[in-house]
Ligand binder design. Sequence first.
Ligand SMILES: Nc1ncnc2c1ncn2[C@@H]1O[C@H](COP(=O)(O)OP(=O)(O)O)[C@@H](O)[C@H]1O
Ligand SMILES: [Mg+2]
Length: 282
Amino acid sequence: MFSFFKPESGVQAAKGKVVALMNQKGGVGKTTMAFNLAHAFAHQGKKVLCIDMDPQANFTSLFGTVATDLHIYHLLINSIKELKALHTGTLLSDVLIHTEEHIDLIPAGQELSGFELTIAGINAPRQLILKKFIEKNDLRSQYDVIVIDGPPTLGLLVVNILCATDGVLYPFVPDRFSEQGLKNIQQVVADIADMEITSVPKNLGYIPNLFDTRRKQANDDLEQIKITLGEGIVHEPFTNKVQFGKSLAQRKSVFHYKTVEYKDLQRQFVTMTETVDKELHS
Ligand SMILES: Nc1ncnc2c1ncn2[C@@H]1O[C@H](COP(=O)(O)OP(=O)(O)O)[C@@H](O)[C@H]1O
Ligand SMILES: [Mg+2]
């Protein structure tokens, strides 16, 4: 089990990819998708690091981790020289949690909600704190995939995620209110492109979630949204699945179950990993 995390000697360090699940809206499935996608990659033998960037820390709790005192906030603040007065001496090894499923986790906690205020006055580029943290700790050579769960906001936390990531998946609920939220976050991506401070993350596609097949208009709505979104992959929609509720209540991914009722969801997530891989390497 532990050998899984040992760097392979003699083998050139692989360059891991960073993927974020983002949407300004809450309740659209960001955390659910991040959790299951991470497990889908792990099931394919990949070393996965999950980073919880939402102060609500739902991603963290899905791993069965009770509120931790030390988390991503402390690591990020410690990485900013100008904020020496706030440093806690927290090391990555103090914070990193090895989960049972060959996935490591950097948890989040309540303090993360104060991140934007804390860094408001610094001179160093405020947008690149997470990116530099990942670089300084050489996380891309230790993991094949880094999965970031984003908060339902649009501030500096989100900008930091977008600057640190190679690609973004956008879960959304395809109703007539969904377009604006998606457009807003893409405006942030466009602003990052204008700033020319880092490379722009690739759009890895939209994930229609809680797709209501019983509603007559649902298909038409989705088609309309596809047209407005323009370019970009639209992944196979997820309908309302009790299997998500059941599995998440047990803090398990859909890959934990062998029964037939989970097969379709497993297939959907495997397909998603294949699309993500393909897009990130093209
Ligand atoms: N396709 C789905 N079917 C059933 N329940 C879902 C589905 N997607 C998400 N949920 C549930 O909806 C709630 C919100 O999802 P979550 O992933 O936490 O959204 P977000 O991270 O965007 O706020 C969770 O309780 C989750 O279990
Ligand atoms: Mg969430």
